[in-house]
Write a protein that binds this ligand. Structure first.
Ligand SMILES: C[S@@+](CC[C@H](N)C(=O)[O-])C[C@H]1O[C@@H](n2cnc3c(N)ncnc32)[C@H](O)[C@@H]1O
Length: 238
């Protein structure tokens, strides 16, 4: 009881410091994962990221559209996007080691990609994107403050009609990913959370077969950005 009180007091009193500690912990976690495991030893590994690619292809985006893969790690999505002819790709990940591995795999082609090592919660984009892709990163955000920050960031930094593809563990999926607790979502709860800023295009559940032949249930949702709303004082003036 006293311990719980002390923890709550600490979080309320020293919130920014607590968040910084959580953030440095998660960076350490992910650097360690990519230092110790090979690509094909990661449960989320896909030899071909077929589901993401088929959703992206349906948008029929021009090849020079600005695409960002959030928490891309050393996923092969960037390789396939390059193969499809996309020329304006950014990959962001909290782990420098993951980005280094992806760059090494791509060799000379790596120079055609913009690489960002950053915690998504600290990301302050200097441009707008036409497509925001996130497979299995958003679900690590557990508190409302971080989820809201993420939502607002995507909304503000996607072009007015830009697309978002978001994939998380489903309510039938695992409760942890890479040993960390995750927030599970359903085909209903994910669009509900994003409803104020995004129009749902489609949500569906997809089973992923891990390299260890276990099955993980994912939800995939695609969204279209809603126009950024005017500040209230402007709306009142009109
Ligand atoms: C489960 S893996 C998924 C990797 C990749 N998206 C895929 O589908 O193969 C989660 C990835 O998100 C990254 N990550 C986790 N938390 C992050 C955060 N707060 N900011 C940026 N990247 C993060 C990890 O380093 C890791 O590469």
């Amino acid at each position: 009881m006293i311990f719980t009180f002390i923890v709550y007091y600490w979080i309320l009193r020293f919130k920014p410091l607590t968040i910084t500690i959580i953030m440095s912990d998660r960076k350490e976690h992910w650097e360690n994962v990519y230092q110790t495991k090979q690509l094909t030893e990661l449960s989320w590994y896909e030899p071909i990221p077929e589901t993401s690619l088929s959703i992206i292809k349906r948008f029929k985006l021009p090849k020079d559209s600005a695409i960002i893969d959030i928490g891309g790690g050393d996923s092969l999505l960037v390789d396939y996007l390059l193969m499809l002819g996309y020329t304006n790709i950014t990959v962001l990940d909290i782990s420098a080691k993951a980005i280094a591995r992806a760059k090494e795999r791509l060799g000379e082609k790596a120079s055609q990609v913009k690489w960002i090592v950053k915690d998504i919660i600290e990301f302050n984009p200097d441009r707008k994107y036409d497509l925001w892709h996130d497979r299995a990163t958003f679900h690590f955000l557990l508190n409302k403050e971080e989820k809201d920050k993420y939502l607002e960031m995507v909304h503000k930094n996607l072009t007015p009609d830009g697309y978002m593809v978001l994939s998380t563990f489903s309510e039938e999926g695992p409760e942890k990913c890479s040993g960390l607790p995750v927030q599970q979502y359903s085909e209903n709860s994910l669009p509900e959370l994003f409803a104020s800023y995004f129009e749902k295009i489609k949500c569906f559940t997809k089973m992923h077969i891990t390299p260890f032949h276990t099955i993980q249930s994912f939800v995939f949702c695609s969204f279209r950005n809603k126009p950024v709303s005017s500040p209230r004082f402007l709306t009142e003036l009109l």
